[in-house]
Design a protein around this ligand. Structure first.
Ligand SMILES: [Zn+2]
Ligand SMILES: [Zn+2]
Ligand SMILES: [Zn+2]
Length: 167
């Protein structure tokens, strides 16, 4: 059984032997002196919560109290979820969601409710999300972000292949 303690920085639960907090990326003193994965002479100041790379002041960034490397600074994060996909077409977001679910990811959708999305027989032009400017978003747990991104890439390359063959 694992006992948890609270991160002194963000208050989320972590294991007592952690060198860093996976929720906010803060490095604990117990980690000792560590160095940036990229700039190996610079002291590490935080861990990217997406890829878990150690960063120094130069290549890491704190956004809303969480630590990101320069590659993942643009990743949108809400609570413990990271946004892997967004689209003004709900159908695209729904596809991505089902692809990720079929590969065993936990998935959360946002703005999926189909306000004004109409398939009323004759209508072949559903009102898309672009009309109200609120993209549908797909989130996965932060630790699954990189995997999920790969799944989407893979799925897309297969999709494109199929499209070529079909039309
Ligand atoms: Zn924390
Ligand atoms: Zn990163
Ligand atoms: Zn660095």
């Amino acid at each position: 059984m694992t006992e948890y303690i609270k991160c002194s920085h963000c208050g989320n639960e972590i294991t007592p032997d952690s060198d860093f907090c996976p929720h906010c990326g803060v490095l604990f003193a117990a980690a000792g002196t560590v160095f940036c994965d990229l700039h190996t002479l610079e002291p590490g100041v935080g861990v990217c919560i997406i890829c878990r790379k150690l960063c120094c002041e130069a290549c890491g960034v704190r956004i809303r109290d969480r630590f990101f490397c320069c590659v993942h600074r643009k990743v949108k994060v809400e609570e413990d979820w990271a946004e892997v996909f967004r689209s003004t077409e709900i159908s695209d977001a729904e596809l991505v969601k089902s692809v990720l679910e079929s590969t065993g990811h936990m998935v959360q959708g946002q703005n999926f409710n189909s306000i004004g999305f109409i398939w009323d027989g004759g209508g072949d032009s559903p009102i898309s999300r672009s009309n109200i400017n609120k993209p549908a978003k797909v989130f996965v747990p932060i630790p699954e972000y990189l995997d999920a991104l790969e799944e989407i890439k893979e799925w897309r390359s297969v999709e494109e292949f199929h499209d070529d063959g079909l039309v």
